[in-house]
Design a protein around this ligand. Structure first.
Ligand code: PMP
Length: 389
């Protein structure tokens, strides 16, 4: 008799055969640029902790003080008894930071995206998504029941052609900084198209907030766009802010609608208050320490230039995400493994996270890296890529 899940075993074998099997590594050290993995020390080039705040002493101490004050668990959803003074203060500070009327915390970015899109749209409406949007945005669009249309990557003309034909409420959804490519959405053009066609624009700036712009205001600061241009701004706290969770910022009506209707807000346990306290501490650093953004930019540019000189295939990125295109999935994994043996942690990103045939090394930088780390990585890449099948 076939054992339970025998069909799944065959599917797992198939995934492995295609070089697409995913597995985890066990980290034994705090987050940072040096990680201990399986008793080995490696330099980390795959974290989204871009500003190096995940283990910052002020952030860690605020977390501890938050746990002392509020306990560990939040006890319930925000609408029951889980919304602490720490959550409330953080929401007000995030609203001020983003220049929006209000902000609302969600427990994760994935949940924020699903909740927002399905709260704003339903049958008879239409959602327009960049082809390379993050999975959570695509899932939110599909879950909403609205007509689901993907437009060519960063192509406002393709979007506009589709927008003209749509009825009902229309929501345009885009990553701000694309998570696997590192390039920016053409937000100014998208905002114009949205206004022209009476559509709403939602930007997920998980990889831009705190990191891009002189003040860390992200992609909307970069383009100088306000709440009128980008009425739905979503950010995550587990990347540039170094903690955990997410938020949506916008008008009073938007936030009240989400509180009433976003199922991933209403029906889930609130973030621990201690995480909110830690994030309040990290937001202070994000605002006051612009050197972190400046350094990150310099390091990313140094790497990009060096990689180009080595003849590696860089992508059109001006962020801290600097992918090297490899193509074949197995080859990307082989290179990533060889880099690990040489003491560098760089993740291989494969389909379905990225389109078929575009497996890549997703190299990311932190404000805690130094130039010598970049140069050592470039040396290793030069040697390993040339010799790796
Ligand atoms: N949006 C984007 C663009 C992301 O890269 C991610 C995280 N990979 C998310 C949303 C999800 O955020 P979280 O990890 O907080 O669920």
């Amino acid at each position: 008799m076939a054992h339970p899940f025998s069909e799944l075993t065959a599917e797992l074998d198939d995934i492995a055969q295609q070089g697409l099997y995913r597995s985890r590594r066990i980290i034994e050290s705090p987050q940072g640029i040096n990680l201990e993995i399986d008793g080995r020390n490696v330099v980390n080039f795959c974290s989204n902790d871009y500003l190096g705040l995940a283990n910052h002493p002020d952030v860690v101490n605020a977390f501890k003080a938050g746990a002392d004050q509020y306990g560990v668990g939040s006890g319930s959803a925000h609408l029951i008894c889980g919304h602490s003074a720490a959550h409330h203060a953080l929401e007000e500070e995030l609203a001020a930071f983003t220049g929006r009327d209000r902000a609302l915390l969600f427990s994760t970015g994935y949940m924020a995206n699903i909740g927002v899109i399905s709260a704003l749209l339903g049958r008879g409406d239409a959602v327009f998504e960049d082809r390379l949007n993050h999975a959570s945005l695509l899932d939110g669009g599909l879950l909403s029941g609205a007509r689901f249309k993907r437009y060519a990557h960063a192509d406002a003309a393709d979007l506009s052609a589709n927008l003209e034909k749509a009825a009902g409420n229309k929501l345009i959804v885009t990553d701000g900084v694309f998570s696997m490519d590192g390039d920016f959405a053409p937000l100014n053009e998208l905002a114009v198209a949205a206004k022209k066609q009476g559509a709403w624009l939602m930007v997920d700036d998980a990889h831009g907030l705190g990191v891009i712009g002189e003040y860390g205001g992200g992609i909307v600061e970069h383009y100088g766009l306000g709440q009128d241009d980008v009425p739905v701004l979503m950010g995550t706290l587990g990347k540039g802010f170094g903690t955990f969770g997410a938020f949506v910022a916008g008008s009073e009506v938007l936030i009240e609608t989400l509180i009433q209707k976003a199922r991933t807000y209403v029906y889930t346990t609130a973030l621990p208050a201690a995480v909110a306290e830690a994030t309040r501490a990290s937001l202070k650093i994000v605002i006051s320490e612009s050197w972190r953004r400046d350094k990150l930019k310099k390091l990313s540019e140094r790497f990009r230039l060096g990689a180009e000189q080595l003849g590696l295939q860089v992508m059109a990125s001006s962020s801290a995400i600097q992918p090297i295109l490899i193509g074949d999935s197995q080859r990307a994994v082989n290179i990533s493994n060889a880099l690990l043996d040489a003491g560098f942690l760089v993740s291989a990103i494969r389909p379905p996270t990225v389109p078929q045939g575009s497996a890549r090394l997703r190299v990311t930088f932190s404000a805690l890296h130094e130039e010598q780390h970049v140069d050592r990585l470039l040396d290793a890449l030069a040697k390993i890529i040339a010799g790796c099948k």
